[in-house]
Design a protein around this ligand. Structure first.
Ligand code: DOR
Ligand code: ZN
Ligand code: ZN
Length: 443
C-alpha cells in the first residue's frame, strides 16, 4: 500500500476553506493539517495542489448506469469511468435496469458486476413494485442504500400504485425510501388532452405540459403524507418545482423525516431551453419554468430545504432521444460535468448570490454521506476513506464543453456548447487502492 501527500491545497471541508495538506495511507486519510506539511510527513508520492481546491469525492446518490440489460446505452464500466472523470468517487445506482433490481439476488448480481468493473465505489437501491414487499423487508440495508419507489412511471415502468402496498412499505421498511414523485393519473390526463390537441404528435417542447407541475406537487404531497403517517424516512428525488420546495419546508418544520434532492438539469435549464436543445433536455420530471429554476437556485442559497444535489444520470443513445414529447427517451447523462457545472453555477449564475464552493461540497459530498448513512466517506477526516478530488478554477472563459468530451458510452452531453469555469484535475478513490462497496449505517 502506498502513501500520498497532497500539499499546498485549498481544502474545502465542513464549511471551511483552509490552506493545508492531506496525507493518505493506503485507502485511508491518515492525517491533515494547516499550512505547510512538516518535514516529518513523508509519502511515496507528493501531489502539489498549488492554486487548486482539494475536496472530498462527490457521492452521487442517483444514477442509472443501465447495467444489466440496457448496456447499449451505458454500462457499469463506462459510466463509473465518467463518474471518476467528473470527481465522483461513489455512486448509488437505481433499480430500473433489465432485469429490474427487485430482489436481494438481483442486487447481489449488480454488486458482483460492480466489483469486477467499477472505477468508483458503488451502492444500489432495491426497487419497490406492487408485489415484492417480502424482499424489501428481508434485505440487508447495511449493504443496500434503501428502497427506490416510483410514484409515477418513467423509464422501466416500476410504478407502485396500490395504496395498501404503499402503507405497508412506509410502515415497515427499515430503510430510507427514495421517491420519484410524479402522479400517474395527472400525467395520463394531461397526455390524453395534449394528444387530442396534437394529432400529428406532441412537440417535445411541450414535455413540461405532458408531465405537468401538478403531477410533481401531488406526488410529493403523497410521499410526505405517507412518511408523516408512518414515521418513515423519505428522500424526494429530483425536485423540479417551486411548490415542492414549500411542501418540503413545511414538512420539515412539522418534524417529518423528509430530505430533498435536486439535480443540475433543474438548476441550469428551464423550458425555454427545449427550443435550443430539443429532446436533449427531456427528462422526467420535466424541466419546468424559468421561475422554478430561479426558486431552486435561491433555495440552495438560503439552505435548509434542498439537502443534496445528485445527477439522475440517465444516459440514452442520441438515436433513442429522437422523436416527440411521447416517443423520445427521457433522461440525460450528467455525472461527468455535475461538479464543474455546479461550481460554475455558484460563481456565475446571477441568482446564486452567496452560494459558494463550501455549500456545493455540503450538497454533493457531505449531505449524501450523512443522509444515506454512508460509513466513513464524504468528509476529509483522519480515519475516513481517501476519496479525494483536485479541482481547478479556470481562467476565463473556462472550458467549452463538447460532445467529444463525454466519457459516457452514449457520447453526448446536454452541456455541449456551455463554458464551465472549473475542471477536475485528479480523482483518487480509496487512496488509489481501488473501489469498494459502500457500507450503510442502519437507518
Ligand atoms: O428522465 C428520466 N430518466 N427519469 C427517470 O425517472 C428515469 C430515467 C431513466 O432511467 O431513463
Ligand atoms: Zn426519477
Ligand atoms: Zn432517476
Amino acid at each position: 500500500m502506498s502513501t500520498k501527500l497532497f500539499t499546498n491545497a485549498q481544502i474545502v471541508n465542513e464549511g471551511t476553506v483552509t490552506h493545508g495538506w492531506v496525507l493518505t495511507d493506503g485507502p485511508i486519510i491518515s492525517a491533515t493539517g494547516e499550512g505547510q506539511a512538516p518535514d516529518s510527513v513523508k509519502a511515496d508520492e507528493t501531489i502539489d495542489c498549488r492554486g487548486r481546491y482539494l475536496i472530498p469525492g462527490v457521492i452521487d446518490t442517483h444514477v442509472h448506469f443501465r447495467d444489466p440489460g440496457l448496456t447499449e446505452k451505458a454500462d457499469m464500466a463506462s459510466e463509473s469511468a465518467a463518474a471518476v472523470a467528473g470527481g465522483v468517487t461513489s455512486f448509488i445506482d437505481m433499480p430500473n435496469t433489465r432485469p429490474a433490481t427487485v430482489t436481494v439476488a438481483d442486487a447481489e448480481d449488480k454488486m458482483k458486476r460492480a466489483a469486477e468493473v467499477s472505477e468508483a465505489n458503488y451502492g444500489f437501491f432495491i426497487g419497490a413494485i406492487n408485489s415484492n414487499l417480502d424482499e424489501l423487508l428481508a434485505a440487508d440495508y447495511t449493504r443496500l442504500a434503501g428502497v427506490k419507489l416510483f410514484l409515477g412511471s418513467s423509464t422501466g415502468n416500476m410504478l407502485v400504485d396500490n395504496a395498501s402496498t404503499l402503507d405497508k412499505l412506509f410502515s415497515s421498511a427499515p430503510a430510507l425510501i427514495a421517491v420519484h414523485a410524479e402522479d400517474e393519473a395527472i400525467i395520463r390526463a394531461a397526455r390524453e388532452k395534449l394528444s387530442i390537441e396534437h394529432p400529428e404528435g406532441i412537440p417535445v417542447e411541450l414535455h413540461p405540459d405532458v408531465r405537468p407541475r401538478e403531477a410533481c406537487i401531488a406526488a410529493t404531497r403523497t410521499a410526505i403524507d405517507l412518511a408523516e403517517r408512518h414515521g418513515a424516512k423519505v428522500h424526494i428525488c429530483h425536485i423540479s418545482t417551486a411548490e415542492e420546495l414549500t411542501l418540503i419546508a413545511e414538512a420539515k418544520a412539522r418534524g417529518v423525516k423528509v430530505t430533498a434532492e435536486t439535480c443540475p438539469q433543474y438548476l441550469l435549464f428551464d423550458r425555454n431551453d427545449f427550443m435550443r436543445l430539443g429532446s436533449r433536455v427531456k427528462c422526467n420530471p420535466a424541466i419546468k419554468e424559468a421561475s422554478d429554476r430561479i426558486a431552486l437556485v435561491k433555495a440552495l442559497c438560503r439552505g435548509g430545504v434542498i439537502d443534496t444535489i445528485a445527477t439522475d444520470h440517465a444516459p440514452h443513445l442520441l438515436a433513442q432521444k429522437e422523436g416527440d414529447a411521447l416517443t423520445a427517451a427521457s433522461g440525460m447523462p450528467m455525472i461527468q460535468f455535475s461538479l464543474p457545472a455546479m461550481l460554475d453555477m455558484a460563481d456565475s449564475d446571477p441568482e446564486s448570490e452567496g452560494l459558494d464552493i463550501g455549500q456545493i461540497v455540503e450538497l454533493m459530498c457531505h449531505a449524501p454521506a450523512r443522509i444515506f448513512g454512508i460509513k466513513g466517506r464524504g468528509f476529509i477526516r483522519p480515519g475516513y476513506a481517501a476519496d479525494l478530488v483536485v479541482v481547478e478554477k479556470l481562467p476565463l472563459p473556462g472550458h467549452k464543453v463538447a460532445d467529444s468530451d463525454a466519457v459516457s458510452k452514449c457520447g453526448w452531453t446536454p452541456l455541449a456548447g456551455r463554458s464551465l469555469g472549473y475542471a477536475v484535475r485528479l480523482t483518487v478513490v480509496n487512496g488509489g487502492e481501488g473501489p469498494l462497496p459502500l457500507i450503510f449505517e442502519k437507518q
